[in-house]
Write a protein that binds this ligand. Sequence first.
Ligand SMILES: Cc1cc2nc3c(=O)[nH]c(=O)nc-3n(C[C@H](O)[C@H](O)[C@H](O)COP(=O)(O)O)c2cc1C
Length: 307
Amino acid sequence: MKKILIAYYTQSGQIKEIIDQYISVFDNDENYQIYYHRIMPVNDFSYPWSDDSFYDVFPESVLEKGCELNPMPQELIQDYDMIILGLQVWYLSPSIPITAFLQSHDFKTIASNTSVVTINGCRNMWFMSQQSVKNYLSAVGAIYQGHIVLFDKVNNLLSVISIIHWAYTGKKEKKWGIIPMPGISKEDIQSAKQYGSLLKEYWQSNRLDQLQQAYIENNGVIVLPHLMSMEHKAKRIFKIWTHFILKGEKISPKQRRFRLQLFKYYLLFMIYLLSPIATLIFYITYPLFYKRIRKNIDFYQGVSNKG
Ligand SMILES: Cc1cc2nc3c(=O)[nH]c(=O)nc-3n(C[C@H](O)[C@H](O)[C@H](O)COP(=O)(O)O)c2cc1C
């Protein structure tokens, strides 16, 4: 009997829907026992978000400062054959509860020397957060076996509007009846089942070392190169803003709030004015940087260790 632990955090339930599809091939199979752990902050983040709370988590997300979590129930602290981690991205970093879990003593205890697969369900910018997750896995001695990333395939400029609508209302619906549905499409959520099947197949045939390649070939880790390039630049800028905001906090809580407001307008300016120009330049100069871009794609897809 193989034991699988599914650990996840979710606000809307989206990542749980993906996991349910992914794990369905193991259901009713007496060779596998499935355990669930829902990661829970002691003070969970309010959902739906308010405008203030949505931006307020920015600096701590970027700095990967975890929050206090409810400890794992004692009966779940045991040896597993496989851990599946369902996560999401906040401000180009693992969400704060996921960061806290990856940094926790509980995770270290269960993940050391244990196989881990990660499932990321995000908007579309996930590259550096994935790398962070991999670093945490390696820090606790976990055996990374693979990752899939499901994301919103709608145009980047529209998905910002739709995801904010979703985050602020908690409703996965078309804003004004015209902006596309937010989040990961139903079809993509259902597609997660094939990645669970691949895990089972490669695990049973002792070929887990080829699992990630199979995920890539089956579109489990699609890299949109212009978003990857944009994210590298955005991350650098996010760090500068984080320090600026935290310096403000040292002056007064009011300064923190004021600087977060400035960041909010800057973010919108960056997304709607700078990013279309950056994308255009990116594709015009694409051939010049092809080798470097290819190297980064391989890195984020998990085929190489150097980006
Ligand atoms: C505060 C916040 C920041 C987010 N930042 C990003 C991001 O940088 N990149 C991205 O692809 N998705 C981002 N998302 C979307 C989430 O990764 C995720 O898809 C969405 O919140 C649904 O997750 P859930 O399973 O917790 O409901 C963000 C969401 C929130 C709430």
